[in-house]
Design a protein around this ligand. Structure first.
Ligand code: PAF
Length: 281
């Protein structure tokens, strides 16, 4: 596997493949790769001739009090993990490559509506940073297919909308969340958890299933949300949201609506913010 840091080297590699008529799959990441990322690479590998991954800890998607400085940077291990999955090329740019005018002074994309709720409300500006960097990466890699994890469901929806609205020639694919045996969704941030917090963390996944069961039993979604938040809080979580929404646009369900719903939770244990979701269909 080749690792490149700058745009001309990336473009040269991709031009070579394109000249042979090969298709390109792309998996953008912030590194510190785990089995969840590896499964995204496999999804791309199964569908395109060549696979590119990026590792870039994107400063514009972190808020002022978030973990940008401390976000785990493990490039050597990431290279090994990608090579193991038969990834063809790793793009690991410097900040100046992605933001030639500096992170605060470049073009910024805003995807309206869908970013105004849930994580968008709790992490102001986060999705502007995500949309901006993903659009820049798409321009650089020009993939046929890009694979994103379903764990970051709102991010997936933001990117789908951006791609559609800007007519970007890339197919966006969602890959299922990879979980530990006890149900905890894999995330680079899980390593911040203490032993006690790690033992509690699977309650998020259990609560999502409980929400689905309660809905199937005919309980009202607003009541289910209260029950879910209360049970997480009793266990020591600080809950940002525990909600049932329409999976298409993340709007509140309409009266009597039961199809196309999703439960989403974001909750903090100590300093670690965890998110997860469960599609009901
Ligand atoms: O999901 C992530 O790891 C990041 O938000 C992404 C899509 C790589 C953009 O920085």
């Amino acid at each position: 596997m080749q690792t490149v840091q700058d745009a001309p080297a990336l473009r040269a590699a991709i031009r070579g493949w394109r000249s042979k008529g090969q298709t390109v799959g792309f998996v953008p990441t912030m590194g510190n790769l785990h089995a969840g990322h590896q499964s995204l690479i496999r999804q791309a590998r199964a569908r395109t001739d060549r696979v590119v991954a990026s590792v870039f800890v994107n400063p514009t998607q972190f808020g002022p009090n978030e973990d940008f400085e401390h976000y785990p940077r493990t490039l050597v291990q990431d290279q090994a993990a990608l090579a193991e999955q038969d990834c063809d090329l790793l793009f690991a740019p410097e900040v100046a490559t992605m933001y030639p005018f500096g992170p605060q002074h470049g073009v910024s994309l805003h995807v309206p509506q869908i970013t105004e709720t849930l994580d968008g409300a709790h992490r102001p500006g986060h999705f502007d940073g995500v949309a901006t960097v993903v659009c820049k990466l798409f321009n650089l890699v020009q993939p046929d297919l890009a694979v994103f994890g379903q764990k970051d469901f709102q991010q997936l929806k933001v990117i789908e909308r951006m791609v559609r609205d800007l007519s970007l020639p890339v197919r966006v694919m969602a890959a299922p969340t990879v979980r530990a045996e006890d149900g905890l969704a894999l995330s680079s941030r899980n390593q911040y958890l203490s032993v006690d917090e790690r033992n509690k963390a699977p309650l998020i996944h259990e609560t999502l299933h409980k929400m689905r069961n309660l809905l199937n039993e005919g309980h009202a979604w607003r009541v289910i949300e209260q029950v879910a938040a209360a049970s997480l809080e009793r266990a020591g979580f600080v809950v940002d949201y525990a909600v049932i929404r329409c999976s298409e646009d993340l709007a509140e369900p309409r009266q009597g609506e039961h199809g196309g719903l999703i439960a989403l939770i974001a909750a903090r244990l100590g300093h670690t913010r965890l998110i997860d979701n469960l599609l009901f269909d």
